[in-house]
Design a protein around this ligand. Structure first.
Ligand code: FE2
Length: 322
């Protein structure tokens, strides 16, 4: 059977899967390397062989092209159809899949350089404390999502207030995560933490008599905590200030018996991992040095927010009592 000569505007297209198809010639629709054109005008492999032989191309593609003329745009669409469908499928899954259970808790970076708190806290202690200890709480908490799927839907801070519903492993690691986030935030390099606001200072003087008295009572809470734990300055629901201490990774936000509830304004980590490299067993030295790092700007912000909340609650209660 003698095939008709190749149409001057057709060429051979070889797809990635080596299946041959014909398309009508359209230089604008045939980027180099994507098509293996056979017509002399298109410069494909088949065309080059045919040109050397001084004969029109007789390749299969050229011959088929004379039988089936398919617009180049159609072939381009066909060649892109599979990847296009794959992308559309992926996009649909992304848009319409409910919030995944792997919405992990994240370890935030330190808000300053690891060496920024020296000499009170050395860079090695900060690095290990943040990367390994805080990092471990985050990793452990994420590992608990599978067995406690509601963790994937709850805000970390809100979780503290409902921690009694969860196993002790969640309590320890969720507490450890939140406690350390607040801990990094209430510290700043020396002379960069500002000073207590007039309102906070007035509240401190009213509750403790003086800033020195506050620090003395706070230091007692920090050194008196047996084993590992935290010392806190809190704003109680009635708006008054108090000093308290919690064991392990508990905190004043937790709905647990034996914990004095309040909004933490200032929380100090007295686990040995927070100070042992530099201070060994001298916890009081660590606590005293730590006061030079307090970020009063952050404490002021927390105090203003908590007192506002207390005022709002008080306003509501007075409405109901009238
Ligand atoms: Fe810690």
């Amino acid at each position: 059977m003698v095939m008709p000569p190749a149409a001057p505007n057709s060429c051979l297209f070889v797809s990635e899967s080596k299946r041959q198809q014909t398309i009508s010639a359209n230089p604008l629709a045939m980027p180099g390397g994507f098509f293996n054109g056979c017509h002399p005008r298109e410069g494909g492999l088949g065309s080059r062989v045919a040109a050397r032989a001084g004969a029109p191309c007789q390749g299969l593609g050229c011959r088929l092209a004379t039988l089936v003329e398919i617009p180049a745009q159609t072939m381009v669409f066909r060649s892109l159809r599979r990847p296009l469908l794959a992308w559309l499928t992926a996009l649909a899954l992304l848009l319409f899949t409910p919030t995944p259970a792997w919405a992990d808790f994240v370890l935030p970076p330190l808000p300053y350089a690891a060496e920024a708190l020296e000499p009170a806290i050395d860079a090695t202690t900060m690095t290990i404390h943040h990367d390994r200890h805080h990092g471990a709480y985050v990793a452990n908490l994420n590992g608990l999502i599978t067995s406690n799927p509601t963790l994937a839907k709850v805000n970390l801070e809100a979780l503290q207030g409902q921690i009694s519903r969860y196993p002790v492993a969640v309590r320890n690691n969720a507490g450890g995560h939140w406690n350390h986030i607040q801990f990094w935030a209430v510290m700043a390099p020396v002379d960069q933490g500002g000073a207590p606001s007039p309102e906070l200072l007035a509240a401190i003087n009213g509750a403790f008599g003086s800033m020195e008295s506050l620090q003395s009572q706070f230091n007692q809470a920090a050194t008196g905590r047996f084993g590992s734990g935290w010392a806190w300055l809190i704003c109680k629901p009635d708006g008054s200030l108090a000093i308290t201490s919690t064991a392990n990774q508990d905190n004043p936000l937790m709905d647990l018996p034996g914990i004095e509830a309040g909004t933490p304004l200032l929380g100090l980590d007295v686990w040995e991992h927070a100070y042992y490299l530099k201070y060994q067993n001298r916890r009081l030295d660590y606590v005293k040095a730590w006061w030079s790092l307090v970020n009063w700007n952050e404490v002021n912000r927390r105090f203003a927010a908590s007192t506002q909340a207390a005022i709002e609650v008080d306003g509501l209660s007075s409405q109901f009592s009238e």
